[in-house]
Design a protein around this ligand. Structure first.
Ligand SMILES: [Zn+2]
Length: 379
């Protein structure tokens, strides 16, 4: 990587820790430019959005008549998936089957929040438990490969498990918590490569894995975008983009109604993701995923830039907690502390050092952008 002078966006807090970021004359980054040019004009988190999605909701209900459930919703226990479940049921009167994928890393708080939503709304829950030995093997392979996105195995399992379940059980409608409000800045591929590029996953596992993955949920992004979408007819609905979705209000609403408890940070429902985002990537790779989350909140008017700068300037976890979590993750993955430390000290690599299908995926993403399905920046 060539040396580049430090620069931070004058509108959000994305900076040159994202190696491909660009800035215009005002000092605005390409995420900010894209937000105003492509996302905001096409986004209606208001009465108009609700009116626009109503016909689809009525169609889902009509097709679901006589069945136990009319749609499928994946729940992690995090705010987005909890709130979308609540919205689907209370605001739109949908009758979802709730799907949870247990990767072995649920935090206690995450489990308790799932229970509160399920019981509070009287919903049916199915849980798929990923084979722990396979999960561990794939996670270890990713650590040994030295790529930054070591949360790929978990992310891949969560995504694949629900879409494979939908295809198997003939669910045509999957409602997700994906949303512009907290995710309109999608960090660069250098930070977070596609977890669903199974060519990439299999290459890393072939080199560093030790046991076959026979039951691990795998759904390739190309299969998902073609076979599942067009042959199986599975439609994915980002319901939160059609209603007002303000993080603070959503937390308050869920807390008051269900006793749902907030996390200090997005994605902390998984103890592994918390470790990965607060320790592994900032300390080993020098980037802090909070920059993307907080920038999304700045762009969507939920936070000021000064508040975000203040938040990002303090470490996410104190040193004692980080040391404890480092030891916990090492032990759980079957490594000694020196072994895990040696991996941490190893030379950093990029997803480009391994086989991947980036060319085909990018081509697909460009088609999605032309069709207006994807409006975020991918690079
Ligand atoms: Zn910006």
């Amino acid at each position: 990587m060539t040396h580049r002078d430090y620069q931070i966006c004058t509108n959000c807090i994305m900076d040159t820790s994202d190696p491909k970021i660009t800035f215009d004359d005002r000092g605005w980054c390409d995420y900010c430019q894209n937000y105003h040019a492509n996302i905001l004009p096409n986004w209606n988190p208001n009465a108009k959005g609700e009116a626009l999605i109503r016909p689809l909701i009525e169609k889902i209900k009509a097709e679901g008549r006589g069945k136990d459930h009319d749609c499928l919703i994946g729940i992690s226990g995090g705010l987005d998936s909890s709130y979308v479940t609540y919205t689907a049921v209370t605001k739109f009167g949908l009758r979802p089957l709730i799907f949870h994928c247990d990767t072995g890393w649920n935090s206690d708080l995450g489990v308790s929040n799932i229970q509160k939503i399920i019981e509070g709304l009287h919903l049916d829950l199915v849980t798929e438990v990923v084979n722990w030995e396979e999960m561990k093997d794939l996670q270890l392979a990713f650590f040994r490969s030295q790529v930054p996105f070591v949360d790929t195995p978990q992310d891949l399992a969560l995504f694949s498990a629900i879409y494979n379940f939908a295809a198997k059980h003939d669910f045509k409608y999957v409602i997700t918590g994906g949303n512009n409000s907290t995710e309109c800045v999608r960090e660069s591929l250098d930070w977070t490569y596609f977890s669903t590029d199974t060519r990439h996953v299999k290459d890393i596992h072939r080199r560093f894995g030790t046991r076959p993955l026979t039951t691990f949920p795998m759904c390739d992004i190309l299969k998902y975008r073609t076979y599942y979408r067009w042959i199986k007819g599975i439609q994915v609905i980002k319901l939160l983009d059609s209603v007002p979705y303000i993080r603070k209000d959503a937390i308050r609403e869920l807390s008051e109604r269900f006793g749902w408890q907030p996390y200090p940070q997005k994605h902390y429902e998984s103890r592994f993701t918390r470790f990965y985002e607060s320790f592994w990537t900032p300390k080993k790779f020098g980037y802090d995923k909070r920059r993307a989350y907080l920038s999304s909140e700045i762009l969507t008017g939920q936070l000021t830039r000064d508040e975000a700068l203040k938040m990002v300037s303090t470490p996410q976890l104190d040193e004692d907690t980080m040391t404890r979590e480092f030891e916990y993750v090492a032990k759980k993955l079957g490594l000694t502390i020196p072994e895990f430390q040696a991996i941490f000290d190893g030379e950093n690599k990029s997803f480009r050092d391994y086989k991947n299908n980036l060319f085909l995926i990018t081509l697909g993403a460009q088609v999605s952008r032309v069709l207006g399905i994807e409006r975020r920046v991918f690079r």
